[in-house]
Ligand binder design. Structure first.
Ligand SMILES: *Cc1c(COP(=O)(O)O)cnc(C)c1O
Length: 440
């Protein structure tokens, strides 16, 4: 909306000028753009971004409505199409990401779905990493499969599997890096090269890394999707999502699907998310620093079998993580000592119960399935986010009955450490009692 035409001479009236950006973004850095990008002050010269809580817009002349519908002039017509507050959020995020354009969506899942759906038709082929957010698996396997779109899965960290799958033409390649919850780090430049040679558009779900710690477009991805519900809000208030990519894609097939099917971001939510972006770089860096500290500390704790965190030397793709990301992220995944050798083992339920004793003993950290929040949260993936995943697949992904996903918030890191320490003591006592009771 910043490149508005002047008054077209062949119109019988002059459309009103739309405001110009309050700050010219040229040459400014991400933290500055997070605070100032995409703001359009109204005639009232307000300091904070205005909230345009309106469904529609009015026209001074009938001919102006005609020109707007004919797309002879660019202006706001209806908030299913777009709204000034939504524009602020979209422009701000696009500037931070370094993307040509952005389309805001009602949720992260509507971003995932529309980003893919805009690129496929019956007979299309998707190649995807197996390590995916649960609802994304359902979109691929149930929704798109019913419409004749086939998905072939590969183990995301295995480049040979990518090469074999992409020896055949494909329309879309989909991946998350780091993945949820086991934090596999995928070789984005190598996968993008294989994908492009196969004719595919690369879509990367960058929720775990955030716009602050990883720039997928620079690594070779074509499209980036976010659940803005996570770190972009970061304070547990509203749902939202975003799709970023070239202007040709965003304002072409994506916009036409979005405008007619309507998973639009509400102006109020856009306002909350635009304000969330102001503090996102600060919040993510602080949460990232605390997560690294807690991950390193957890590694030596009795009762903790293993820790998965991209910036720990023990991470299987540690060098790749250092090359692709400027921080390991705000989430630490760890697996407590357990007795079961697989999720199908008879001992698995007892392992789950002992892990529940750990979760229940936390007094600061909340049990929740969300992540990226200012409040620290723990999730038990095997019984919540990944409960629908078959036990054998959970084993293959490395999700044990004792695996815990910790989203590190903004509390004092010493309080979090003490909280985890206390809960680990409870876990060890429960674990020792269980072992005694089965001893001969
Ligand atoms: C949460 C999440 C989503 C879905 O976002 P919603 O806002 O809940 O719709 C997609 N991908 C990943 C990796 C997520 O963590």
């Amino acid at each position: 909306m910043s490149e508005l035409p002047g008054c077209p001479t062949d119109l019988p009236y002059c459309p009103p000028d739309l405001p110009r950006p309050a700050t010219d973004p040229a040459g400014l850095r991400a933290a500055t753009l997070a605070v100032r990008g995409g703001q359009y002050r109204s005639a009232f010269q307000e300091t904070s971004e205005a909230l345009y809580l309106t469904q529609g817009f009015v026209y001074d002349h009938a001919a102006e409505a005609e020109a707007a519908f004919a797309e002879d002039i660019e202006r706001y017509t209806y908030s299913r199409y777009t709204n000034p507050t939504v524009t602020t959020f979209e422009e701000r995020l696009a500037l931070i990401e370094g993307a040509e354009d952005c389309y805001a969506t009602a949720t992260g899942m509507s971003a995932v779905f529309t980003a893919i759906a805009a690129l496929v038709r019956s007979g299309s082929r998707i190649v995807s990493a197996r390590e995916l957010f649960g609802s994304t698996l359902v979109v691929l396997d149930d929704v798109l499969a019913r419409w004749g779109v086939r998905t072939d899965y590969v183990t995301g960290t295995d480049l040979d599997q990518w090469a074999a799958a992409l020896a055949t033409p494909a329309d879309v390649v989909f991946l998350e890096s780091p993945s949820n919850p086991m934090q596999d780090v995928l070789d984005v430049p190598a996968i993008a090269r294989l994908a492009h040679a196969a004719g595919a558009v690369v879509i990367l779900d960058n929720v775990f890394a955030t716009p602050v710690l990883q720039k997928p477009l620079e690594l070779g991805a074509d499209v980036v999707v976010y659940s803005a519900t996570k770190h972009i809000d970061g304070q547990g208030r509203v749902m939202g999502g975003a799709v970023l990519g070239t202007r040709e894609y965003v304002r072409g097939p994506l916009q036409s699907l979005m405008r007619t099917t309507g998973p639009t971001l509400a102006p109020f939510n856009a306002w909350v998310l635009a304000k969330g972006l102001e503090t996102m770089p600060l919040r993510v860096r602080a949460q990232n620093a605390a997560a690294l500290e807690l991950a390193a500390w957890l590694e030596d704790r009795p009762g903790v079998a293993s820790v998965r965190y991209p910036f720990l030397a023990s991470h299987p793709q540690h060098d790749l993580a250092r090359a692709q990301m400027s921080g390991g992220g705000t989430i630490v995944t760890f697996t407590l000592d357990g007795a079961a050798s697989s999720s199908a083992d008879v001992a698995a339920r007892a392992d789950v119960d002992r892990t529940f004793a750990f979760l229940d003993a936390l007094r600061v950290i909340d049990i929740s399935n969300n992540l990226g929040d200012a409040k620290s949260m723990v999730t038990h993936p095997a019984t919540t986010t990944h409960r629908r995943v078959a036990p054998a697949t959970r084993d293959a992904l490395g999700i044990a009955p004792t695996t815990v996903r910790l989203s590190v918030g903004l509390e004092d890191v010493e309080d979090l450490r003490e909280d985890l320490d206390g809960a680990l003591q409870v876990f060890r006592a429960t674990h020792a009692r269980a072992r005694q009771s089965v001893a001969p």
